[in-house]
Design a protein around this ligand. Structure first.
Ligand code: ZN
Length: 437
């Protein structure tokens, strides 16, 4: 028998705690490898148990190779008066991630080729990377660029690109079953809040709330650099992937936009159905989008050789909010309330996975007499609401061994929690028995 996962108390406090973790992580310069990732994981590891994995540069992972490790201490552009006109110490977005070490003098015109701005958002600094092409560059606001005078500039990027490791972490919560729910979030973006610190905070809060509970599934939380991290994890864990029963990628989870669920490549996996039933009952704007081979690490989990049942939970999807991959994806874009709402939605999805199952009616011929068992409404002294009664009738009717409780929720339009409660009541009265639960 499974029982409903009780919603953790006080979502407001949870929202504030998640926001606080984002604030702590915000200044750190992260990339797909390097000490920024380690510092990030150390702070997450203060909150939940983490196993840190270090995979050497040069390791072959599927069709990819783990790149050299990148670390950066300082970077700037100095004008002729020795003033830092662009300064990594003011914002880590100013340096193109994975820039090779550089120390040069050059004219403004020569320098321009290495400068990135957003002319249509002249106050914002863009986020740029050059992971797999050796290059260097700076990002700055278009206003900053406009203020640069002709003349000679000194350019310094005090970085190292050297054999080292790719760092990622797993947090595993053991349940009754060896079947796993994979929850994955990327950890490779520097000072950007919605994309990806909100996902890190949400995954950490879910892991913390699930810890110590009697769980049906084993939960595996992955904190990994985007693309190369999931490819590395998949390569190292290929023989265990049949354990993954359900999966969810968390990204862009902290802005106040509507919930967005992107379906797995399969399109009708249990996680897709669970998300649909849960989001429909939250009385909030939401949208469902079909799988496409673009986005976050679902691209790897849902590649045809794996085709894992992994969906994506986000608020406004990547690329659809103007602040995306710019300095305006900052602490003002996300709110504790949005983080708390995202938590509640994901918790609801997990509760469905924990509580779903198929049941068989003990009295399938005709309806069992519910009134005799105190399970039917009586005029006066009502013991049971109309909704609860309908849930009992629906569960009994679909307790044919073929349908699961998600089918009941889908066909009845009732919230999953009401359906689950009805199944528990019927189990108590020995009117149904579990088939695969
Ligand atoms: Zn991104």
């Amino acid at each position: 028998m499974t029982t409903a996962l009780v919603v953790p108390q006080d979502l407001q406090t949870l929202g504030r705690e998640m926001y606080e973790l984002v604030r702590l992580l915000y200044p750190i310069c992260r990339s797909i490898t390097g000490d920024g990732v380690r510092q990030t994981l150390a702070l997450v590891g203060d909150r939940i148990p983490l196993q840190i994995r270090e995979v050497p540069s040069g390791t072959q992972v599927l069709d990819w190779v783990v790149p050299p490790e990148w670390n950066i201490r300082d970077a700037y552009i100095k004008n002729g008066r020795g003033e830092r006109v662009v300064d990594f110490k003011r914002s880590n977005l100013h340096v193109v991630s994975y820039s090779i070490p550089t120390h040069r003098r050059m004219t403004l015109d020569e320098l321009r080729e290495h400068l990135h701005t957003l002319p249509d958002r002249p106050g914002w600094v863009p986020y740029r990377t050059t992971y797999y092409t050796p290059d260097w560059g700076f990002s700055l606001s278009h206003d900053q660029l406009a203020a640069l005078e002709p003349g000679e500039y000194e350019v310094v990027i005090d970085s190292t690109l050297a054999p080292g490791h790719l760092t990622y972490a797993e947090s595993v919560l053991r349940g009754k079953s060896e079947s796993e729910v994979l929850i994955s979030t990327h950890i490779c973006h520097p000072s950007l809040c919605n994309d990806n610190l909100a996902g890190i905070a949400l995954a950490s809060a879910l892991a913390r709330a699930l810890a110590g509970r009697a769980l049906r599934y084993t939960y595996r939380f992955l904190f990994i650099p985007g693309t190369i991290g999931s490819i590395t994890w998949l390569a190292l864990n290929e023989e265990h992937l049949n354990r993954i029963a359900h999966g969810l990628v968390l990204a862009c989870a902290g802005d106040p936009g509507p919930f967005t669920y992107k379906k797995s490549r399969r399109g009708n996996a249990e996680i897709d159905r669970a998300a649909s039933v849960v989001l429909r009952h939250l009385n909030r704007e939401f949208s469902f989008v079909d799988f496409s081979p673009y986005g976050y690490d679902e691209r790897q989990y849902c590649s045809p050789g794996f085709n894992l049942p992994v969906g994506v939970f986000s608020r406004t999807p990547y690329g659809q909010f103007p602040q995306y991959h710019t300095s305006a994806d900052n602490l003002d874009l996300i709110t504790p309330q949005s983080l708390a709402d995202s938590f509640a939605a994901c918790w609801g999805i997990i509760a469905v996975l924990e509580g779903n199952g198929r049941y068989g009616s003990v009295n399938p011929k005709g309806e069992p007499q519910l009134g005799r068992r105190g399970l039917y409404r009586r005029v006066g002294g009502q013991q049971i609401s109309k909704g609860d009664e309908m849930a009992l009738l629906w569960v009994l009717n679909l307790a044919d061994g073929d349908h699961d409780l998600l089918d009941v929720a889908e066909r009845s339009g009732l919230p999953f929690a009401a359906v689950r409660r009805a199944a528990d009541r019927l189990l108590e009265h020995t009117l149904v028995r579990g088939i695969d639960v």
